[in-house]
Design a protein around this ligand. Structure first.
Ligand code: HAM
Length: 438
């Protein structure tokens, strides 16, 4: 081999993944589960194009997403972008047919997305993201249902409330509380960012930043108390801080309703209130939530909330939606750490073996017959000893080894060995295609 041959070795792009067959088992486990759970909660599947006009994502996704766009130009010089999320596409698609769609619109999708992020643990440049959205109702029952869907999925794949938690807040509650304290509207994003980073930095840094914003000691105390509020106690604190203020009370009641519905759905044990959840994306206007591993050591597993203006901003009517996105990356890490991610998805039923190469043509005939009747059958390309073929059958994770030999020719029978137990029986050929079916 020459040096120039070596030069041609091209590695995968940083932040992307190759999925070998053993990796596909885990990926399919995650995505099949997303699909199953969506369907049983009454959501219909949709998908959109992998790239869109750039401005679809620059209108209202927020600075962070715009910075992370994979931006490209087509031959005519049009600005396009690979989708970093699917919510703007969902809004665009619903707007196109808004008058003919019965509401509420309950749709789900599991798109492949790209964000030009700095690759790090839990964040890649290409990933899959489950999306659950309910559009066309202001009722917070929809917010609760979305959270329930996420919790139901996590429970189904083996993650309990001791593994993961949904942290819920309301952006409108937070904004109203701050405005009622005379914080000006343009100041809110700065406060949101400080709260968003609350748990990612040391306590004293958080306190210092709050102090700089608040001005005097009393306001600092108020803002610290608000910013730290979480759990049942935190909720009571916020109620006290809200006092008699009507707007804040209305938002508190909205949150309370969501927790009530979650209780009814049997999902409340996964959920807690947390003022530190504000969400990065710019289009959220009401209740917001994020899902984390318990202890919040990893990046978010999922995030979502209510968006009141997105459809209108994209040329549609003023209808509200709520939903979330759950990525496959952190989720895989959480599952892997608990040994809950399968690495082999093969479900081979029969492995056909010749007792002697002379019987190989018969093996091929039986493989043909089994496969044509919908059974799952494999064999070895190379002619090898019986014991080597049996080993290959075990390595292929087959249920049964079927040995074709003299008795096949003389008595129309095969030997069937159940590989898990070693149990062996003689079986008449006419029973082979239905063998093991109950
Ligand atoms: P997001 O918070 O940007 O929201 O993403 C939601 C989830 O997608 C994150 O919690 C994470 O699991 C996953 N995710 C995001 N970026 C990456 C990345 N670079 N690598 C791996 N996973 C990632 C949205 O995208 C909203 N559009 C969700 C939504 C739907 N809101 C309403 N409906």
């Amino acid at each position: 081999m020459t040096d120039s041959d070596n030069d041609m070795k091209i590695s995968p792009v940083k932040g992307t993944r190759d999925f070998y067959p053993e990796d596909m088992a885990g990926r399919n486990f995650i995505i099949d589960g997303w699909r199953n759970v969506s369907l049983r909660h009454g959501f219909e599947e949709y998908d959109g194009p992998i790239f869109e006009h750039l401005e679809l994502f620059t209108v209202k996704s927020g600075e962070e997403i715009v910075e992370q766009l994979f931006h490209l130009k087509d031959r005519a010089g049009r600005d396009l972008a690979i989708r970093p999320e699917i919510t703007p596409t969902l809004a665009r698609m619903i707007n196109q047919r808004v008058n003919s769609l019965p509401r509420p619109i309950k749709w789900f999708s599991a798109p492949r997305l790209c964000r030009s992020e700095r690759p790090q643990r839990g964040r890649l440049r290409e990933f899959f993201q489950w999306n659950i959205d309910v559009v066309g109702t202001d009722d917070v029952l929809a917010d609760a249902e979305c959270i329930f869907v996420a919790v139901d999925y996590l429970r189904e794949i083996g993650l309990g409330p001791e593994d993961v938690e949904v942290r819920i807040n309301s952006r409108s509650l937070l904004s109203d509380l701050l405005i009622e304290q005379d914080y000006s509207e343009e100041f809110l994003p700065t406060i949101f960012t400080i709260l968003d980073k609350r748990d990612k930095q040391p306590e004293d840094v958080f306190e210092k930043k709050v102090g700089e914003i608040a001005g005097d000691e009393q306001r600092k105390k108020w803002l610290l108390e608000l910013g730290r509020a979480k759990g049942k106690e935190g909720f009571d604190t916020v109620r006290r801080l809200a006092g008699e203020r009507a707007a804040s009370i209305a938002h508190l009641e909205e949150l309370e309703k969501i927790f009530d519905y979650l209780e009814k759905f049997g999902a409340a044990d996964y959920c807690m209130f947390d003022m530190g959840i504000v969400r990065g994306l710019a289009y959220y206007t009401g209740p917001v939530f994020e899902i984390f591993d318990k202890g919040k050591e990893l990046r978010a597993i999922a995030g979502g909330g209510r968006y009141d203006d997105l459809l209108q901003l994209l040329g549609g009517p003023k209808i509200s939606g709520v939903g979330f996105g759950m990525g496959d990356v952190v989720l895989s890490d959480v599952l892997e750490a608990r040994n809950l991610l399968p690495t082999d998805s093969r479900s081979l039923e029969f492995y056909l073996i010749d007792a002697d190469p002379a019987y190989f043509p018969r093996v091929l005939e039986l493989v043909g017959q089994l496969r044509r009747t919908g059974r799952n059958a494999e064999f070895s390309y190379a002619r090898r000893s019986l014991s080597k073929q049996l080993k290959a059958a075990s390595a292929a994770n087959a249920g049964y080894a079927v040995i074709v030999g003299k008795e096949t020719e003389e008595q129309n029978a095969v030997t069937v060995k159940t590989l898990a137990t070693g149990e062996q029986i003689q079986l008449q050929l006419e029973s082979l295609t239905s063998f093991g079916i109950r």
